[in-house]
Design a protein around this ligand. Sequence first.
Ligand code: ACO
Length: 463
Amino acid sequence: MPDQLNDIKYVIEMAAEKAHAETSTEPEPELTQPLNWPIQCTLGPGLEGAIACESKIGYVNGTKGWLIYRGYDIFDLCANSTYEEVSYLLLQGQLPNTKELKAYKKKLIKYRPLNKTLRLLSGFPVEQMNVMGALRLGTNLMRQEFTYMDREEGRAPSVDAISSDEDSIPMETVPKGAKKATYEFKQEDPPKTKQEKQLQDACGIDACYHLISGVATITAAIARIRQGNMPIEPVPELSHAANFLYMLTGRKPTPIEERIMDISLILHADHGMNASTFAAMVVASTLSDIYFSVGSGIAALNGPLHGGANEQVVNMLKKIGNPSNVSAWLDKELKNKNKVVGFGHRVYKAYDPRARILGPLAELLVKDNHKAVSLFRIAKGLEKEVNVRLGAQKKIFPNVDFYSGIVYSCLNIPPEIFTPIFAVSRVSGWTARVLEYLQNNRIFRPRAMYTGEFNKKIMPRDQ
Ligand code: ACO
């Protein structure tokens, strides 16, 4: 088994070598220096080109195909760290030492069980809901769990709450204006003591840890419920990646499966000011809370232009059916001006470094999987053909979604869970960027150019 883990490290190091040989080593000066507000930038629609803030969290260089978290190259992080270390790095600014890592893991493990949230969630028709909708609802319900947990541990000011097993909200039969039910989300009193203030401050980072563990637990539970199964209790001894796969599939993963899941989580943890991160930051900038922010990130990720392409890639490869069909299939698609899913990126105009890592990992995984090996061969054929036709000419290369679907299929993950897995990982980037932004918060408020009419008058209806 160590041999296979070494193989994983080796293929990542090889991918890194290739990437570094193909790209130069200087960052773009225009995107890597302190800002002196106000600044000038050239904008395109959808805020393309806009610089909204400074950040020390991560850097994407689209022309060179770089991805950096807090100064560390993504290839180095994937070869030599774990998702626990990377999420700590994103939130805390440096990799944890042994003692810090132990304490952080302990916190994540403590937050894994979400019994009350799952009980509340099971009151909704989860199996009929959009998966991302259920996940978003779950993070909202987690706000309640935190309130309860704080109360149980005597840590927070007490609030009147409807208990999670209460199954109905009383309604007035005659509207007398009786005092309405008090919900757990009501505004709490401001902290009165120093201790309460410290608690509130700590809630910021603790809520982030709560969400990092919780989004994984909820995703796994949703997958189980959709299959008609009960959610599975987390196992404290397992790593974040292994426990997630266990809760999802009901089987403890092999070390190879665990490591590949771990690397997939590292790869998706942060990616600059993408749409879901920006959505989370916009919500946080109103001083709403981190649970609502993460809920907005999940909502943004649901759109097919952001998350979800990996599921479509697997369907597309199945539809192509055979490597010998690739060329004719691609001709037809390009003739009809269709976009090939899993290719192209708003920022990367070079090979996406995440695809450079996921491609060889998919190759390692499909070796023992007859069904997946044929999909992988079709994928390789398609990559070659797209590269010839669109690579040099339009700078269209495989993106992160091209190989991740094959990887997840080999890990026995159902396709509808591919996009939620993105959220399981990205929650660390969302929360890290929200916390960073709040240190110098300014509410986001761009303007639109009004191109409507003026001076219209309301006419009486009979005229
Ligand atoms: N296949 C074929 N041609 C493409 C593709 C593609 N996948 N992507 C872009 N192009 C072409 C366009 O047709 C266009 O050509 P033209 O200049 O002749 O009109 C040119 O490249 C530029 O395309 P845009 O759509 O303007 O590129 P943009 O940066 O806005 O889009 C996007 C990026 C949305 C990712 C696009 O490449 C796409 O739709 N890809 C397929 C869907 C996909 O894989 N999404 C996952 C993205 S990764 C992520 O979010 C995690």
